[in-house]
Design a binder for this molecule. Structure first.
Ligand code: ADP
Ligand code: MG
Ligand code: MG
Ligand code: MG
Ligand code: MG
Ligand code: MG
Length: 663
């Protein structure tokens, strides 16, 4: 998480009178950033991942030689590359929502060379190794989306009473919330703004002896898993990737392109089959988080008529169709924004509420319609945490805190990140796009594979002038399907079948009798296998496009051999040859001797599962169903921090002790 102010948060009641000020000045701060950096060009590709972990305690790769007289040029080239890509790499550690959670990123973003795609995994492994070296002997930190027993009985060490003033949860103690005041305040204020505890419902998995289904009345409510606080959602761990665009325009283009991929990649990485001790009727986390931070009032949710409170965004009564943690509601590149677009297709075809005052202010300041619209949408939300002494005191030219207060609590499947305020001699940070939908995988091989895939796909989109754009209503429908049990094999997803520029597309279509005519629609329902591996002779598939891109740039063979393994993982998972983590975990539970076919994941089953996931992540246990032939090199617990090569002279007594074993 970006912003972590230290200070005293205001109570919700006290912050109410500041909400409009913060929102207004958030807009002004964005305008200042925009004006300062709108003309930035030729930023290089930089990217980096984020991985979240939960810490658990266990009660356990030719024939003539000549000399080439160009050593000086080589030297200069080698030195410049050295500076760009071979710098020392480390880890950064970040706070996360849960007090049992931690987030890691590389200490510096990766530069745009093929070799970086391989360093991603090395760095993830370094992070995992460093993390476990910080744990106690009976502690583990597997990369699982949700702790299976979250909210079940005494699932916390040390023991705690459930509830507390922030969450008022029946199942989870406030002591599970990161102690930084931001997190508890966020939790409490979501509940207070909403007017009630969050109410999270996900379908319960129906097994042969699931009691809830036994006496089910026809037309009765769908048996569900009920959760009641933010930790159930924000306690979920994910894999995120952020890219720097070469300029403002590119970052916006990639935002729109990646929005359509978000549901697809969530389905392909699905890893959340268990919630609150029960097998769920879904495989992915998103809806849980979405419901867990839904701060909309009943009137905003469309469930009641409310009395307007002018201190709140939209008076607190204006209908808002989505939670602030949800899929996007409008595209932001001019070419996909209908008013500016030459195309007759309505891409922005879902309700997108706008704070008109924000939008007007941006338009008056020369910001284009698509971006003003996007910001107008973000600013339909209220700030959730305000800090004493950090409101009127801020200079809108020097601070982006108010902007970030809204931006960082609009948790959408993709996030467009304007540059932060530059402090001192810190490096320039450009316009970035973050891809947020993927579920964290058990191994760094998989986490690196999905990170590398997304990076390569963005390059292929740019270089080959592809467009994956679809109407948002179809993206939303895909998001719904992506949650379903084994969505990879059981669902079809809306996808664009004409992704090449018009001329190239027409050429291909003319040689492919199966190609649907453009007039009959650019979108069709495809299987995950088709989306990733190609369909007929008209849609090439994302994985083959990645290979074509790598060939086009002349990828070095050392990098290619690893990247090839990444792409094969993705291709095989999409075809169903390899399992998603969700399916693997569900099978694990259902095959466990203690499982009673009642959708209950008991303590003993959960214990074996978290241990298995941990061992798979550490490379000490094979998992052919998910990894195929890939063998994960074991990660060692000790020695992850390099040791200084000491040159300090020893005294004779110590020398005798040290040498006694070999003398
Ligand atoms: P947040 O939690 O706000 O999404 P983090 O700081 O946790 O942000 O992670 C951001 C990711 O972006 C990290 O992997 C980091 O290496 C990467 N990153 C940092 N600077 C840049 C940049 N200029 N361009 C692209 N990515 C960057
Ligand atoms: Mg995080
Ligand atoms: Mg982060
Ligand atoms: Mg974050
Ligand atoms: Mg998180
Ligand atoms: Mg992030």
């Amino acid at each position: 998480m970006g912003l972590l102010k230290v200070g005293t948060p205001l109570s919700w009641k006290d912050s109410l009178e500041h909400l409009n000020y913060i929102r207004e000045h958030g807009v002004l701060q964005f305008i200042a950033t925009y004006n300062r950096l709108v003309a930035v060009e030729n930023d290089t590709l930089l990217y980096g991942d984020e991985i979240e972990y939960g810490i658990l305690k266990l009660d356990r790769v030719n024939r003539k030689a000549r000399i080439s007289l160009q050593g000086s040029e080589s030297l200069e080239f080698l030195r410049s590359r050295e500076q760009n890509i071979h710098q020392v790499r480390g880890c950064s550690w970040h706070q996360e929502y849960g007090s049992w959670m931690i987030e890691s990123t590389p200490s510096q973003p990766y530069a745009g060379y093929t070799a970086s795609l391989v360093s991603v995994e090395q760095n993830m492994r370094l992070r995992r190794g460093r993390l476990i070296s910080a744990l106690g002997d009976d502690e583990i930190a597997p990369t699982m989306v949700a702790f299976p027993q979250m909210g079940v009985d005494d699932f916390v060490h040390p023991p705690v009473m459930s509830g507390g003033p922030a969450s008022e949860s029946e199942f989870i103690s406030d002591s599970c919330i990161n102690p930084h005041p931001r997190f508890g305040t966020l939790t409490g204020n979501i509940r207070r703004r909403r007017g009630s505890k969050v109410d999270i419902r996900v379908p319960l998995f129906k097994d042969v002896k699931t009691p809830e289904f036994e006496n089910l009345q026809e037309g009765g409510d769908e048996p569900s898993i009920h959760m009641d606080c933010m930790a159930f959602g924000m306690g979920c761990c994910c894999l995120q990737v952020t890219f720097q665009g070469s300029n403002l325009d590119e970052s916006r283009y990639l935002y729109d392109q990646l929005a359509g991929l978000a549901p697809i990649m969530m389905a392909l990485t699905a890893a959340t089959p268990i919630l609150k001790g029960r097998l769920a009727g879904i495989d992915a986390r998103w809806t849980v988080i979405s419901q867990s931070v839904d701060d909309r009032t009943p009137a905003e949710r469309g469930e009641a008529v409310g009395v307007p409170d002018p201190r709140m965004a939209g008076g607190g009564v204006t209908r808002l169709c989505k939670s602030r943690y949800d899929s996007i509601s409008s595209y932001i590149h001019p070419s996909s924004f209908d008013q500016d677009s030459p195309s007759s297709i309505q891409y922005n075809d879902v309700p997108c509420e706008i704070d008109e005052k924000t939008k007007d202010l941006l338009l008056q300041n020369g910001i284009d319609a698509a971006l003003s619209h996007h910001m107008g949408h973000l600013f339909t939300r209220d700030p959730l945490v305000s800090f004493e002494g950090n409101i009127q005191e801020l200079d809108d030219e020097q601070s982006t805190d108010h902007f970030e207060s809204i931006q960082s609590t609009n948790w959408q499947t993709v996030r467009w990140k304007p540059p932060p305020v530059q402090s001192g001699d810190s490096p320039h940070i450009g316009w970035r796009t973050e891809f947020r939908s993927m579920e964290v995988q058990m191994t760094d091989f998989e986490n690196a594979a999905f990170t590398a895939f997304i990076v390569i796909v963005t390059r292929a989109i740019l270089v080959f002038n592809l467009t994956l754009l679809m109407p948002i209503s179809k993206v939303d429908e895909n998001m719904r399907r992506a949650h379903c049990v084994d969505a990879v094999n059981k669902q079809k997803f809306w996808f664009r079948n004409h992704i090449l520029p018009d001329d190239a597309d027409e050429m291909i279509a003319s040689t492919c009798p199966q190609a649907p005519p453009r007039k009959s629609g650019l979108f069709e329902e495809m299987t995950m296998d088709e989306i990733m591996n190609g369909k007929s002779c008209y849609y090439p598939g994302l994985v083959p496009l990645c290979y074509t891109y790598l060939e086009h740039i002349g990828c070095d063979c050392a990098s290619f051999s690893r990247i090839d393994q990444y792409l094969k993982l993705i291709s095989r998972r999409a075809s169903g040859e390899l399992l998603t983590p969700a399916t693997w975990m569900r099978n694990f539970v259902q095959a466990h001797p203690d499982y009673k076919q009642d959708s209950v994941v008991s303590d003993s089953v959960a214990f074996d599962l978290v241990e298995a996931c941990n061992e798979i992540g550490l490379g000490t246990r094979p998992c052919r169903e998910v990894l195929g032939n890939m063998v994960i090199d074991p990660i060692c617990k000790a020695g992850q921090y390099s040791t200084p090569l000491s040159g300090d002279r020893m005294g004779n007594e110590d020398l005798r002790k040290v040498l006694k074993n070999i003398m």
